[in-house]
Write a protein that binds this ligand. Structure first.
Ligand code: 1CP
Length: 344
């Protein structure tokens, strides 16, 4: 059946309608590289106060669209509001990443999935306010962290280069680990459904730590839980548009795409364009995949690489993006130049 265009170029591309000029958004587009973000962040106090205040969250979600020719706003929040809502406090110390008290096998039973969604009401309020403020041709992106990625922080207590604490826990306590993943699948799915009901047009599942996993672990920690979330969300929101971003999935991207049923596959910057084209169904939309450091450095190398990516995906629907989040030291002028280069 032909797809009916929605009038939102980014959503249309996600639904499989190739756009002549690739629609653009930038992972972590609201954030510390913007002085207006830093000003609101300071006013809000703590990082979670920013996430849970609908006025502030709406304001910072809209900031990047005032500056740049972007096709989407992404809800301002964090993947770690989920552990927080489950009763595992999360702290964001200044200048450091998130800090949690690592869970042990017993603590998993103490999590509170029944009341988690109530805690997240301010997030849904922010979604509906952002939606009301957006022009009709802009897409509103909601999101959650994928169960494995969120679990790596819940079990390790912080970000780590290899997720060793979580990988070891999964191997040494398979039952407790499975119980944790089940909780995260259910709460994350309900969280995304509530975001759709509040006005999100599409959601992204951030599987930022899909790397460092052997084939069997990838199947059980990443593929299965991502597929279950997609299925669970679409049971309530039929045909819900979903972007999967399995960062570091490498040779597993083909299976991730077909077995999860996402509409869009987000590619990290180490993924070769030709390999992605070979491994993915030719009608599947891809998103990505410029190295964020190229935008920090700027200049000809950035524009050349961006054009090579656009050219490489000219035979399929493509949403231009970075291959991971924009970094705080990125000069704003480089972002302007990048978006112009992509849309020319
Ligand atoms: O002081 C500050 O302002 C904190 C910096 C910050 C920001 C701006 C954090 C802490 N989170 C965010 C916002 C955020 N996080 C968004 C907002 C919307 C947008 O994109 O503009 C989103 C989508 C996220 C998602 C997120 N949080 C991910 C997945 C994306 C990715 O980068 O891989 C992850 C892994 C997190 C955890 C997290 N939260 C914050 C930090 C610094 C981290 C990374 C920690 C680490 O592993 O080192």
């Amino acid at each position: 059946m032909p797809i009916t265009p929605t009038g939102k170029p980014l959503l249309d591309a996600a639904l499989g309608i190739r756009q002549e000029k690739p629609p653009v958004w930038i992972m972590r587009q609201a954030g510390r590289y913007l002085p207006e973000y830093r000003a609101v962040r300071e006013k809000a106090g703590g990082f979670l106060d920013l996430c849970f205040n609908p006025d502030f969250a709406t304001e910072v979600s809209l900031q990047p669209l005032r500056r740049f020719d972007l096709d989407a706003a992404i809800l301002f929040s964090d993947i770690l509001v989920i552990p927080h809502a489950l009763g595992q406090p999360v702290r964001f110390a200044a200048g450091e990443g998130p800090l949690l008290e690592p869970l042990d096998a017993n603590a998993i039973d103490q999590l509170t999935p029944e009341t988690a969604l109530e805690q997240l009401e301010p997030v849904f309020e922010a979604v509906s306010r952002i939606k009301s403020a957006l022009a009709d041709d802009k897409t509103l992106i909601g999101f959650c962290g994928a169960p494995w990625t969120v679990a790596t922080y819940m079990l390790g207590g912080k970000g780590s280069p290899d997720q060793a604490a979580a990988r070891l826990f999964a191997l040494q306590h398979p039952e407790a680990f499975a119980a944790l993943i089940d909780i995260l699948v259910e709460v994350s799915a309900r969280y995304l459904i509530a975001q759709f009901r509040a006005g999100a047009d599409i959601v992204q599942i951030f599987e930022s730590w899909a790397l460092n996993l052997d084939e069997d672990a990838f199947v059980h920690y990443v593929l299965g839980p991502n597929a279950r979330i997609v299925e669970r969300v679409r049971a309530d929101i039929p045909d819900a548009p979903i972007i999967g971003f399995p960062r570091g999935a490498a040779g597993m991207i083909g299976r991730y795409a077909t077995e999860t049923g996402v509409n869009v596959l987000g590619l990290d910057f180490s993924m070769p364009v030709g390999f992605a084209n070979k491994m993915l169904p030719e009608t599947l939309t891809v998103q990505g995949n410029l190295d964020p450091l190229r935008v920090v450095a700027g200049g000809k190398q950035m524009e050349d690489r961006a054009r090579a990516i656009v050219d490489g995906f000219k035979n399929r629907p493509h949403i231009f993006n970075l291959g991971h989040g924009i970094t705080p030291q990125t000069p704003i002028e480089h972002v302007e130049v990048l978006i112009r280069a992509v849309k020319q």
